[in-house]
Each structure stands twice: as C-alpha cells, then as structure tokens.
Design a protein. Structure first.
Length: 559
C-alpha cells in the first residue's frame, strides 16, 4: 500500500519549494509529499485520489492564490477528503484581518501557519500533532483492545468511553457480526457473558470492571500505605494541576479518582479557549498529558476508587475509600468537580448507554455516521458536542429551553453552529419523553409557548443540561451552601448559621474549607469560575496554601 499523502499547494514557486523541502526533510520517509501550484488542478487531483481511495493525511494551502483563496480551497478539499487535516498558510500582517480567525471559528481549517515559518519551532510541531491526530482516527491503526459485546449495551458503552478518555485505541465488534463471531471462536468463548475485552497480547477479560480495564492499560487502582502530605480527591483539571504542583514541589502526593482523569473537561471534544493551545486541545488529551506529568513528578495516581468519607480530629485527617481502605494524609484537597444534571425522565434514564448519553460521549462520535442526533443543552459543552458530532452525523438537532444561545454559550461557538448546515437549533422547547424498547427510537418535545407535542425520530440523545456537585458525603466534614458547593475562605468563615464553625483565630485561607487543613478547588467550590483554565489556576494556587498550612503546623503562632 502506498504511503499516505501530505498535499501542499501554493502559487508562489519559492514558497512551494521551501515548504516541500522542509516537510520532506522531516516526514518524507513515512508520507508522500505532493505539490500543486494551481487550485483547479489541485482539486482535480483530490477528486482523483478520492475516487482511488488514496489516503490523504494533511493539506497545507497558501491563502494567497489568484484563482481561489486558501480557505475556499480547503473548504472544497474537505468535501472530498473529510478526514484530512487542514492547515492554512498566511502572511503575518497585524494591519489586516487574519483570515484564519473566522476560518477556524467556522471549522473550515484546523490550524494556521505564518510565513515565514520556522521549521523546528512552528512547522514541525504543528504538522506532527495533526499527523498524530489523523493516525489515531484511522481504523487500521494499532489496536490495544478488541471488544466483543451486544450491539446496544450500556456496559459496553461505559468501557468504550473509558478507553476513549484514557486515549487508548480499541475496536468494538458486535458479537453477532462476522468479526465478533470470529473473535469468540478464537477465544473459545460463546459470548453468553459479555462484554469481552481482548488485549493485543492475547489477555482476555470477561465482563471486566473498570479496575480490570485500567490495570490492563497500566494504570493504578490500589492505595498503598504511605504517609502522604496531601491527598487530592478528584482528577479533573483542578486536581491534576494540584497534583503536578504538589508533587513537583516535593510533597508526597496521592490522587484518588472514582473513575478516570479528566472530569467533565475530559469529555470535551476540544477546548479552544485554553491558553497556549492555538489549535485547541481535546479534553482527554489534556487530561492524559497532565496526568502523565503529575505521575512523572512522583504523584501516586489511583483510579476507579471512590472516597466515601473524611473524618478529622484536629490536624489528623482520615480518608475512607469504598473498598474499606483508608489513609491519613496531613492535608486534603477536594477537587471532585460537578456531574451532569439528570433528566429524571424514566424511559430515557432506562436507555442510558443504549442511545442516551450524559456528556459529549466522544467514544460514540464515529458511530453517528449518517445518523440523526439530538443534543439537550445550551452551554459551551453542548455547542462543542454539536460541532464535533456534525462531522459524522447527517443532522444534529439542539433542543434548547431558552429563547437564545447567547445567554450561556460563547460567541465563537454560536457562530460555528450558525454556519454549520447540518446543525439545527430548536429554541423554546422542552424534552418530555422518549420512545424505544432496548434502544432509543425518538424523543418527544413540547413547545413551551404553544404546549404542542412533537415527535423527533432519533437514535441518539446527548444530554448536557448543566451540572451540580455531588457532595452529600461531606455533610459532616465541611460547610456547603444549599446547592452543595463547598464554602471556602471568607464564605466558610461567615457560615455562622451552619453546623461547621471555623475553629482557629486566624481566618481560613482563600481555598481552605471550614475544616483547617482541608481545601477545595475547581468547580466543586462555591464562587469558582466554571472554566478549565480557572480550575487549573485554583489547583496550582492551592499548593501555596499547603505551604502556608505546613509552616503553621511547624510554627504554631496563631492557633
């Protein structure tokens, strides 16, 4: 089979020759580097390659061309090769509007490069990243796990979602398919107990737990008996940032997460407003990078373990885990974030994992090819999910209770949704019920003005209707507000009517709860800003509070 293609198009010969030279130098062994100087001729080649099913990995197009702009060319190229990544080559000119800004906002390009480029600094990192993303999206790439199970199965969905968020390549086969039956024959199993997970080295897991899967990937699920300086409960952005900074500054650190790293951010298809990532970063990619960073600094990462309670006696804190184990860290940082608010509609709740999904469910996106999809929600997460799913689904319908998206969604996402032809926004409607036995077949919505009920056929419903903290397990530990958010700093001090009184003469630190030595950061904290960068900031700031707290323990002058 021929190597995949990197296609370069620029009208200026000097630009095209320089670009070809630099790209070929680094990527020529693994890819065919092909060039064209005229857009119409280039489109003819793209059409021919689409007919011949050639693999096109990346297109780099110069914006300045006489027959057609680079943006317009990449829009047409995407119709022929929708999986190929697209980079626009632009001039650096601060006096003119940058064409890549609206193009990226509208999903017409994936990234831009500025002329003149610097190969080692700008060109190679960007191209490497997009080629890696393209390779990971291919069905014929390395597969760490093969999964065999029912076509519609909630537990199979949970396993696929876990592997997707762990950035682990897998393939899923219905046990009734030819491939599924072949794998069952190879393993000597009849499929009566499923899902069945087969690792690349032949190890077989039948009806595996999350712990089984995580351990098969190489992750940790067991607490050890070390004496920790800090226990971080929750591995979302705030918890991971706290782990990186705490471990890097010498604290013995353990992170305990009831699922896997990433939190809600880990389900986001792309985070475009995170500083430093001009071409966005996938939520699971962010989570895995930060988790690896914390581990490299020495943090003990423990997944699939739920903390059920904390008891405190003075400066001694005991963290209790669901499997009966416990540890006594010197400090605790609670970063459990928030969870998706539930619909509370019995029929739809019974179809979770078989057509109904809470969160963006990145593992299901490719399976939406050619299908009609509905999304409930009007926040940024719903907008990101709609934009991502629209690349696969034939149509995406957003069901919105309010009369506008502007109240809860960023402008760049509203613009992108408006310009995406297969996304349809239904304002002023309420989801009231669903139809289907064993799998979703339709949803029923009610117009909030006319009260008219409408049936919308769909096989998949993604629910992103806001979130709430799950902190009932902290009822006797720290002060919370009525919604369950943890009070910190001045709010914890002023909690005069509550059961938790601040016991020290000094005021609590800004991220300290009503119990000295227990801190909270990220979305679970009252008054937090619900943004990934803000959560990361709080996670890093809390480590400075740990230093102050330990200094106080060593020199108790204000207690």
């Amino acid at each position: 089979m021929n190597n995949p293609i990197i296609f370069l198009i620029a009208h200026e010969r000097s630009v095209l020759e320089a670009l070809h030279r630099d790209i070929h130098k680094r990527f020529g062994n693994d890819y065919r580097i092909l060039c064209e100087s005229e857009p119409n001729s280039a489109l003819a080649k793209l059409n021919m390659w689409a007919t011949e099913r050639e693999l096109l990995a990346l297109i780099i197009a110069d914006q300045r061309m006489p027959e057609m702009s680079g943006v317009d060319f990449l829009v047409e190229a995407h119709k022929l090769h929708p999986a190929a990544k697209r980079i626009l080559l632009v001039e650096r000119d601060y006096t003119r509007a940058n064409p890549s800004v609206p193009a990226m906002m509208l999903g017409q390009i994936d990234y831009h490069l500025v002329k003149p480029w610097f190969p080692e600094y700008g060109l190679y990192p960007a191209v490497s990243e997009f080629l890696a993303a393209w390779e990971s999206s291919r069905d014929d790439g390395f597969c760490m796990f093969k999964i065999v199970g029912p076509k519609q199965n909630a537990r199979a969905h949970e396993i696929r979602d876990l592997l997707t968020r762990f950035y682990t390549p897998y393939k899923y086969y219905s046990k009734d398919s030819e491939e599924g039956r072949s794998l069952l024959n190879e393993t000597g199993l009849d499929g009566s107990r499923s899902p069945i997970v087969i690792r690349h080295d032949g190890r077989i897991l039948v009806e595996p737990t999350n712990s089984d899967i995580i351990e098969a990937i190489g992750g940790g699920t067991q607490l050890n008996e070390k004496v920790y300086d800090v226990a971080i409960i929750g591995a979302g952005p705030a918890g991971l940032a706290a782990a990186v900074y705490a471990a890097s500054e010498g604290f013995e650190t353990v992170v305990i997460e009831k699922q896997i790293s990433g939190g809600q951010a880990g389900t986001s298809s792309r985070i475009r407003n995170f500083p430093g990532f001009t071409c966005a970063i996938g939520g699971n990619d962010f989570a895995n990078r930060t988790c690896e960073q914390a581990w490299l600094f020495g943090a003990n990462m423990v997944f699939a373990q739920e903390v059920t309670g904390i008891t405190s006696d003075g400066h001694i804190h005991t963290v209790h885990v669901a499997d009966g184990r416990e540890i006594t860290p010197k400090t605790v940082v609670i970063t459990t974030g928030v969870t998706w608010r539930r619909l509370g509609i019995p029929r739809l709740e019974s179809l979770i994992g078989t057509g109904v999904f809470y969160g963006a469910a990145g593992s299901e996106a490719k399976a939406m090819q050619g299908q009609s999809v509905c999304i409930v929600g009007a926040g940024n997460s719903a907008g990101q999910a709609a934009s991502h799913l629209a690349k696969y689904a034939s149509s995406v319908t957003m069901l919105v209770r309010g009369d506008s998206l502007a109240k809860s969604m960023s402008e760049y996402l509203i613009t992108e949704i408006r310009e995406t032809p297969n996304i349809h926004v239904r304002l002023g409607v309420e989801l009231v019920d669903g139809e289907g036995e064993g799998k979703l077949e339709a949803v029923l919505i009610k117009d909030r003005t006319t009260k008219k009920i409408e049936r919308i056929p769909t096989t998949t419903l993604f629910v992103l209707i806001g979130a709430e903290p799950k902190t009932d397990w902290l009822v006797n530990v720290v002060a919370r507000n009525r919604q369950g958010y943890i009070l910190t700093g001045q709010d914890a001090l002023e909690n005069k009517g509550g059961r938790h009184k601040w016991p020290l003469k000094r005021p609590p630190l800004s991220l300290e709860t009503s119990t000295p030595g227990i801190f909270a950061a990220g979305d679970v904290r009252f008054r937090s800003v619900k943004r990934v960068a803000s959560a990361v900031g709080e996670g890093s700031i809390v480590v400075q509070h740990l230093h102050q707290y330990f200094a106080e323990l060593n020199h108790p002058v204000i207690v």
